[in-house]
Ligand binder design. Structure first.
Ligand code: UD1
Length: 423
């Protein structure tokens, strides 16, 4: 297992390039199961989660050729309809094969994902949605067994706006007979990207980008090419890094991103005192002299993303005054708090609300990564902490950030990956 060793206190400046969106890739890749043939996905990030999805699809008979950030997926010879526990336990997004398999092949056996380090994450909405489309679903021995002859269009109102359930049910509905209406559908850019890819494949989807989707089922789809959207969470992480570890007068430009997807984060950064300039495909940030405390409440898109909550907490740890962070999406997502406290932060958590009393400085320490975004917050805190920090178990980070240490080093950070068994 690798660790990162960070010597804090270096000021960040320069330009950094964002990769393709992890969460979009994890939906686009299984969508290829819906149409036999060779699909090409551009701007696919090289990440552990993308590799996990590749292995899962390959176990079903799909072949995948990688060249830089382009992947060619040949889904002509799918012969196995199972997503085993070994894959799903590594990555919950494996559940995305459920909708395509049952729609195209009439059967799927997918392991239930179970909980996360930071709490339960149910899949009831995926199952209820597919049942409404006519799939027969049983749960047995930790597996979802789904079968269907031909799915039928239905009207579905999601109780909770869910990215995964919207994606899964939408992928199933594109091959159903008749029209499906999805209300309270997720509007996250990754779902929009998935819908656009499905349209390229011949699907008929109306209302893309809204929470009301109408899907006219078609008999078959064809392979397609698609350029993935930029990763808004990676971009947001670098912007917060710059606000935290930059210096007034020095700028960081985050390029190859979609500024419109980042409005909630860039607005909050302005509230915190940063100067933010939005370009067509970049955001430039100049940090404030002194970080102002700014409350955030996570919500569905286009609100503040739960995937940026931990990074925002690292920023608020050094703000002047007290701030409050409320996570309304995942109530237990605070595994980073004890680790940030080890670095000197002053944070208390009650239910889903964290109160952060800004401190003048953080001090380097050994801290443990517990999940993807928690790890990112520890890296950010390490960049600005006095002395040396070690962030252990960085495999979590490799799930969602491609070469984060190289990208941050190019901005002037002193961060090294050290490989070794004992970490
Ligand atoms: C996706 C993202 C994840 C992000 C999350 C919220 C991917 C691969 N992952 O996860 O990074 O943090 O969106 O933006 O895209 N819920 C139910 N029943 C369900 C499904 C969800 O109650 O069947 C609840 C969840 O507990 C949560 C809320 O719905 O409170 C939103 O979760 P959801 O949008 O489904 O998250 P994921 O798709 O798992």
């Amino acid at each position: 297992m690798d660790k990162f060793v960070i010597h804090g206190g270096k000021n960040l400046s320069g330009t950094i390039t964002v990769g393709g969106a992890k969460n979009a890739s994890l939906a686009l890749m299984p969508a290829t199961l819906l149409a036999p043939g060779v699909h090409t996905l551009y701007n696919t990030p090289q990440l552990r989660d993308v590799n996990t999805m590749s292995r899962l699809l390959e176990s079903m008979g799909v072949t995948i050729a990688h060249r830089d950030h382009t992947i060619a997926i040949d889904s002509s010879h799918v012969k196995n309809y199972e997503a085993p526990y070994e894959h799903v336990k590594k990555m919950r997004a494996s559940i995305y094969v459920l909708g395509p398999l049952v729609a195209r092949y009439g059967q799927a056996h997918v392991s239930l994902p179970g909980g996360c380090a930071w709490g339960p994450r149910p899949v009831n909405l995926h199952i209820e949605g597919l049942r409404k489309l006519g799939a027969e679903i049983e749960l047995d021995g930790g597996y979802i067994y789904a079968k269907a002859k031909r799915l039928k269009g239905a009207r579905i109102v999601f109780d909770v706006s869910s990215v995964g359930a919207t994606g899964n049910v939408m992928m199933a509905a594109v091959l159903a007979k008749g029209t499906t209406v999805l209300d309270n559908a997720a509007m996250e850019p990754e779902i929009t990207a998935l819908a656009e890819f499905l349209v390229r494949m011949g699907a008929r989807i109306h209302g893309i980008g809204s929470n009301h989707l109408e899907i006219e089922g078609v008999d078959s789809l064809h392979p397609a090419e698609f350029t993935n959207i930029p990763d808004r969470i990676e971009a947001g992480t670098f912007l917060v890094a710059a606000a935290l570890a930059g210096k007034k007068g020095l700028k960081v430009r985050v390029q190859a991103c979609t500024p419109g997807h980042l409005s909630a984060v860039t607005t909050k950064l302005e509230d915190a005192g940063a100067r933010v300039t939005l370009g067509i495909d970049y955001v430039e940030i100049e940090p404030p002299e002194e970080i102002r405390s700014v409350n955030v409440t996570t919500s569905i898109y286009s609100g503040f993303p739960t995937d940026m909550q931990a990074q925002w907490m690292a920023l608020m740890s050094l703000a002047k005054g007290t701030s409050v962070i409320t996570d309304t999406i995942y109530h237990d997502r605070f595994m980073h708090v004890p680790e940030l406290i080890r670095l000197g932060a002053n944070i208390t958590v009650k239910e889903n609300i964290a109160t952060i009393v800004g401190v003048p400085k953080l001090k380097g320490a050994k801290v443990m990564s517990t999940d993807l975004r928690a790890s990112a917050s520890l890296i950010l805190a390490g960049l600005v902490a006095e002395g040396t920090s070690e962030v252990l178990r960085v495999y979590h980070l490799d799930r969602g950030y491609e070469h984060i240490e190289k990208k941050l080093s190019s901005l002037g950070a002193d961060i090294q990956r050290v490989s070794g068994e004992e970490f």
